[in-house]
Design a protein around this ligand. Structure first.
Ligand SMILES: NC(=O)C1=CN([C@@H]2O[C@H](COP(=O)(O)OP(=O)(O)OC[C@H]3O[C@@H](n4cnc5c(N)ncnc54)[C@H](OP(=O)(O)O)[C@@H]3O)[C@@H](O)[C@H]2O)C=CC1
Ligand SMILES: N[C@@H](CC=O)C(=O)O
Length: 390
């Protein structure tokens, strides 16, 4: 298989390293023919080119790997590749989450494949197993730790007490973080991954949008971490969605676990992602959710599926579902300088030490609405308390 690579950053390097290692007979079937880079870098390597038309016109290249990140120029380049009858493999969840239906349709029309295993869960074989489960089951729930950078930050803060900025810089140095790490900190990266997963699971089109509830880790302070530790909680940034009939919920928020719960034991850049299916029940996966080689590994698995003509599941994304973040109730910890009890007169609210409040049995929608209100004057915190514990 002759491949062209778009982008030669962390993941691009990982792909080339693994392919060049020629470590297995399967890897020896893959050849990187050209790498698309910025014009000023073209002289650095004989494989480099800044001419995409040359790649598209090269009939020997049957597959394009897109690891540029972002929407522009990735969106247009993926479109062009599919229209030129080339398979596309990408790790770019931002572009997949927004254009999954379009790329899938275009690939089908042009008799090529569009694969994106590495876009969710880094090295974890998540998409392929989600698709395998869907060959038999209806999947009604997706849940997990979908972001390596935020897990690394929270884990280091909990384990070593290191300050947020120092740990973020280390995550960036290790190649876990996005080019703009806000996506990791504010939950946008998880939103992309949960949109992709839920769209596949429910055979519907869920794109990132303002109605999906999202609260990241930016406001978590060392004092919050001490408070959680005192209460024997471990904090994780969780993405979760479940479907009942034609309704689904979709929430991204810090969540508190007791030390014995599986999520609490997920350390460093690891992800833990799971589903619930009609016959398989609960099924989950644990592995490195970010980083050069694990992500490149997942991406190369897609290449080998292409090379070995292993078909992935075809979805039409035509189910019509309604978003409903009101039906499931959880207990939440809220940190605010304001009198939360008086702001939530219809709920049982208990004041803990300092500015911490426990709100009992509130929906994600109502909890996030309160946080948005509080955010106008302070940097509050919201964390759900895992149901297993409450
Ligand atoms: N890092 C990780 O752990 C994971 C990353 N991903 C995804 O993989 C993709 C790549 O990530 P990663 O390798 O970490 O990102 P990097 O920022 O390390 O690499 C991106 C590369 O693309 C190049 N690039 C971007 N825009 C252009 C452009 N307009 N023209 C030419 N070159 C361009 C960059 O060049 P330059 O440096 O000159 O801007 C850089 O070399 C992203 O979509 C990311 O979300 C998915 C899973 C895990
Ligand atoms: N920035 C992302 C990279 C992988 O998807 C993360 O930290 O999970």
């Amino acid at each position: 298989m002759q491949i062209a690579l778009l982008g030669y950053g962390t993941i691009g390097h990982g792909v080339v390293k693994i392919i060049e290692s020629q470590a297995t007979k399967q890897l020896r079937r893959l050849h990187v023919s050209q790498i698309w880079v910025r014009p000023e870098k073209v002289d650095q390597n004989p494989l480099f080119t800044a001419d995409y038309q040359e790649i598209l016109a090269n009939d020997k290249i049957d597959t394009i790997i897109e690891v540029l990140g972002g929407l522009d120029p990735a969106y247009a380049m993926i479109n062009d590749a599919l229209e030129h009858h080339k398979n596309v493999v990408t790790a770019n969840k931002a572009v997949v989450a927004r254009h999954l239906t379009e790329f899938t349709t275009l690939a089908r029309q042009n008799h090529v494949k569009f694969y994106f295993e590495s876009s969710v869960g880094g090295g974890i074989p998540w998409i392929i197993n989600l698709e395998r489960a869907l060959r038999i089951d209806q999947i009604d729930s997706i849940h997990g730790i979908f972001n390596g950078t935020s897990n690394f930050i929270l884990d280091e803060m909990m384990e070593t007490g290191a300050p947020f900025d120092v740990v973020l810089a280390e995550a960036q140095r290790r190649g876990y973080a996005e080019a703009d790490p806000s996506a990791d900190l504010d939950g946008d990266d998880i939103e992309n991954k949960l949109c992709i997963s839920a769209s596949l699971a429910y055979d519907t089109e869920i794109k990132p949008n303002d109605n999906l509830l999202k609260f990241g880790i930016r406001n978590i302070t060392a004092a919050d971490v001490s408070f959680f530790k005192k209460h024997h909680w471990v904090v994780k940034l969780i993405g979760r969605s479940f479907r009942r009939d034609n309704r689904y919920n979709f929430v991204i928020e810090p969540t508190l676990y007791a030390p014995g719960e599986i999520e609490a034991g997920v350390h460093q850049n690891y992800n833990y992602v799971g589903l619930r299916g009609t016959t398989i029940g609960k099924l989950s996966f644990n592995g490195q959710g970010a980083g050069e080689l694990p992500t490149a590994h997942a991406l190369i698995q897609d290449l080998l599926d292409l090379e070995l003509h292993m078909e992935h599941l075809n979805r039409n994304f035509q189910q019509e579902l309604e978003l409903d973040n009101n039906s499931k109730l959880l207990d939440y910890v809220i940190r605010s300088e304001q009198d939360v009890a008086s702001l939530l007169p219809d709920y049982e609210v208990k004041k803990e030490e300092h500015d911490y409040w426990i709100v009992k049995q509130i929906s994600a929608e109502a909890a996030h609405e309160l946080i948005q209100q509080l955010e106008q004057t302070e940097k509050p915190l919201l964390a759900a308390i895992s149901q297993q514990r409450s």
